[in-house]
Design a protein around this ligand. Structure first.
Ligand code: URA
Length: 209
């Protein structure tokens, strides 16, 4: 699928299976999501540009590489997206956070915004939108739209599970946004849940329901 990277790393696949298992506890689910987030962050940042700087090791001067491109913003879609943030910040502790509060109307499955707060310099940053579940894609489309309205021009999307229909929806509205996911599940049920999926990510993360 165009612009989609499925992260096949064995650690990602193993942890995802544990997360899918309904007997995994809230504590376990939360910890696994954090760990997978770190691995997905490693993949989504794989092609960031580097530039040489001059430093001195304890033994001699050398030219070494540092990150050189745009600074990062992580944009979690509330609330389940927050479950990925700590794991990503473990790798990029200086990243800024844009909180995007959207929920899915249970009847229409459309995205309804209830909160938005982002750094003012989004146009100068690479914005990585994060949400565990890319189901219908409506929430993803709305989140990217809002971030673009606030100046974001370079965006990527990280999720745990995606569906072909959700990816197609996101791609049709925002074709330039590349997606990293741990897996693509084929189906959605009538309530917009991914099958086989892992259930409601927010409920499993926060022990609600
Ligand atoms: N959101 C979830 O939490 N789970 C799904 O399966 C789909 C959307």
């Amino acid at each position: 699928m165009e612009n989609v990277t499925t992260v096949a790393h064995p650690l990602v696949q193993h942890k995802l299976t544990l997360m899918r298992d309904k007997t995994t506890s809230t504590k376990g689910f939360r910890q696994l999501l954090r760990e997978i987030a770190t691995l997905l962050c490693y993949e989504v940042t794989r092609d960031l540009s580097l530039a040489p700087i001059q430093i001195e090791t304890p033994l001699m001067p050398m030219q070494a590489q540092v990150l050189a491109g745009k600074k990062l913003v992580f944009a979690p879609i509330l609330r389940a997206g927050m479950g990925l943030i700590e794991g990503m910040l473990d790798l990029v502790p200086s990243a800024r956070i844009a909180h995007v509060g959207l929920y899915r109307d249970p009847d229409s499955l459309t995205a309804v915004e209830y909160y938005f707060k982002a750094p003012s310099d989004l146009s100068e940053r690479l914005v990585i939108v994060v949400d565990p579940m890319l189901a219908t894609g409506n929430t993803a489309v709305a989140a990217v739209e809002r971030l673009k309205e606030h100046g974001a021009s370079e965006l990527r999307y990280v999720c745990l599970l995606a569906t072909p229909v959700g990816l197609a929806n996101l791609h049709s509205h925002h074709p330039e946004v590349r997606v990293w996911t741990a897996a693509i599940d084929e189906h959605l049920n009538d309530h917009g849940y991914i099958l086989p999926g892992l259930g409601d990510a927010g409920d499993r993360l926060y022990g609600t329901r």
